[in-house]
Design a protein around this ligand. Sequence first.
Ligand SMILES: C[S@@+](CC[C@H](N)C(=O)[O-])C[C@H]1O[C@@H](n2cnc3c(N)ncnc32)[C@H](O)[C@@H]1O
Length: 257
Amino acid sequence: MSSTLGTSRPDQASYMLRAAAGDAGRAYKRRMLDLLDIRAGQTALDVGCGPGTDLPALAERVGDGGTVIGVDRDPDMLARARERTEDLHRVEIREGDAHALPVEPGTVDRAKVDRVLMHVAEPADVLAQLHRATRPGARIGLAEPDWDTLVVDAEDLGTSRAFTRFTTAEVVRNATIGRSLARLAERAGFRVETVLATTPVFRDFDAADHTLGLGRNMEKAIAAGHVDRDRGHRWFAGLSQGPFYASFTLVTVICSR
Ligand SMILES: C[S@@+](CC[C@H](N)C(=O)[O-])C[C@H]1O[C@@H](n2cnc3c(N)ncnc32)[C@H](O)[C@@H]1O
């Protein structure tokens, strides 16, 4: 058994693109875009656009007369987003923080924030920024996981539960924000139109290991004394031999201003 469980940091941008290209990724993203009801000529904002995953789809929907603004704080992500949209002249990529959006107040018709609020310091402040950036009548789409709902099938159920507890308590900053999205949106002054919960399922161990950090987060849990070393390594080795199942709940909220 190896002495560490995949602690190397994966290429985040490639991950996000790969995750979005899977069946579950495509389905919830398309659903959100459909519910946003984006019209030709509108200005659409993607907060935490990452490697530009959704910018081409937004550009297609706003058409030649519209504008798409992608904002992210990570220069590597921005470089990937620029590469991905270099032929799309209606897409503007801006470096900035979601807590201080580099967008003129009251200029945005449609906005989306997809798996970003779980990472930010103050989700309520980001939603206040969105309220400031959008016009009356604007639509906003939010999608975030609730990591308390992460289940990983293993003969050692106790270690799977310990892994989920560690992920929620120590790995992800706002790990349970999925369930709170509708409340936070209403408190920020938006009207909640639709709340959806979907359950992405992983049957492929490698994909799950990359996206859920099975190895690297288990290694952290062991180092922090949350899981016994041999037990954690046996759990991981068992998972890698398959058959594999893991899932979690992803909450999507569509609201209007
Ligand atoms: C999980 S990725 C999601 C990317 C994209 N929304 C997608 O669906 O593929 C999270 C992104 O949020 C960005 N991010 C996190 N905190 C941020 C902040 N405070 N301001 C701007 N971007 C932020 C990260 O740099 C990263 O690109």
